[in-house]
Design a protein around this ligand. Structure first.
Ligand SMILES: [Zn+2]
Length: 388
């Protein structure tokens, strides 16, 4: 364990120490009985949370760090693939004892990453073209902040708040100022003037206006004082003062427009999720989403054995045999087939389908091309119109 934080070290994860005890008991028994066998295991989500029918596959880049140490073969979807229930995202072929104890860690990596990427994609769909930022790192253990924000980004966020996460992704971090600065300097306008004086001109001037006074009158005061320098007003109105936030935003929009400040954007944050984003689209221009992204419901993948010792065999409720996942390049319709299927025509549009699960690890080399977070995100965004 880490000596300071309550976390396993990288070495412990790679050594298979983060494992349920029943895998260790399985190892003891299979070794004593000399009964280890070659198996095929597939990772699938059997059902999604009730208002969801699809997920974004994520977490593979981290899972690969474990897989690359194992004497097995691995087939995987590219990270960022949108998939549906029972579609295999990852297949491992090898002797059970060579990888069984890693089930806990492999599942944990893809379940959480995919849950966050999926929630970000839902917020992306809700926000339509409006900028969307991940502000939720502060709600979670700091060691996983970069993982959270990378997955929020690949799911469709345009930017992330924390400096280290932005470095991991290869973008500039996004942020305004905290209420703390406004409180210390004692005035919202004075804070914005200090920001304008000290912060690089390429950073947009976004004013947090809910610290001391009414949102409408503060917005008017700031817009009149800063003029064209003001890029956006940010509302982070506390719950106790919200009343009808949509109405407050409409009122601000009216008062700014009538005074000639039509270019000033309205940026909303605080307790947002994909449902509230849809409600605020009428007047909001950009969103900061926190807790609903960082604490996104995980996707419940399971790892199931589907072939044992070369024989078709799976537990009750589960289809046996290794499978392929074919997808239409044109309409993204997908179909699960036995792995022996060579080619397939789309049942919906007649276009050729292609096999999505490619050999990722042959026991020697990781064969999937390394892609940047930007490339994975672009891939997710291309697929979203087909499911929205
Ligand atoms: Zn098609």
């Amino acid at each position: 364990m880490s000596s300071k934080f309550h976390i396993a070290t990288e070495e412990e994860v790679l050594a298979g120490k983060v494992t349920d005890v029943y895998f260790e008991r399985t190892r003891q028994i299979l070794q004593a009985e000399n009964a280890d066998k070659p198996v095929v295991a597939e990772f699938v989500v059997k059902s999604f949370p009730k208002d969801l029918q699809w997920g974004v596959f994520a977490g593979l880049e981290e899972a690969a760090e474990i897989l690359k140490t194992l004497p097995v073969k691995v087939w995987a979807l590219p990270e960022g693939t949108i998939f549906r229930a029972n579609e295999p995202v990852l297949i491992i072929e090898g002797n059970y004892l060579d990888f069984g104890r890693f089930e806990t860690s492999l599942l944990g990596l893809i379940c959480q990453a995919s849950g966050i990427a999926t929630q970000a994609a839902r917020c992306r769909i809700a926000a339509e073209h409006r900028p969307l930022f991940s502000f939720g790192a502060r709600r979670m253990h700091p060691v996983i902040g970069p993982m959270i924000e990378r997955n929020a980004y690949i799911g469709g966020c345009d930017g992330v708040a924390t400096i280290q996460s932005a470095e991991l992704i290869g973008i500039e971090p996004t942020g305004t100022v905290p209420h703390a600065l406004v409180l210390i300097l004692g005035d919202t306008l004075k804070t914005m003037q200090a920001f304008d004086h000290h912060i690089d001109a390429k950073v947009a001037r976004v004013c947090l206006i809910d610290t001391f006074a009414d949102e409408k009158f503060e917005s008017i005061r700031i817009a009149e004082a800063l003029g064209e320098k003001l890029f956006a007003i940010r509302l982070d109105t506390p719950g106790s003062r919200r009343g009808n936030l949509l109405q407050i935003m409409k009122e601000i929009r009216w008062e700014l427009d009538i005074r000639g400040h039509k270019e000033v954007k309205l940026f909303v944050s605080g307790g947002l999720d994909s449902n509230t984003i849809s409600e605020y689209n009428e007047v909001a221009d950009a969103y900061g989403v926190g807790t609903s992204l960082s604490s996104a419901r995980v996707l419940d993948y399971s790892m199931d054995l589907v072939e044992i010792g070369g024989q078709l065999l799976a537990k009750r409720g589960k289809a046996s045999g290794r499978k392929s996942l074919f997808r239409c390049e044109k309409c993204l319709h997908s179909q699960i087939t036995p792995a022996s299927t060579d080619s397939l025509q789309c049942q919906k549009c007649g276009h050729a389908m292609h096999s999505m699960l490619t050999l990722a690890w042959d026991g020697q080399n990781w064969l999937q091309p390394k892609r940047s977070a930007q490339e994975v995100r672009a891939d997710v965004l291309k697929q979203l119109p087909f499911i929205a």
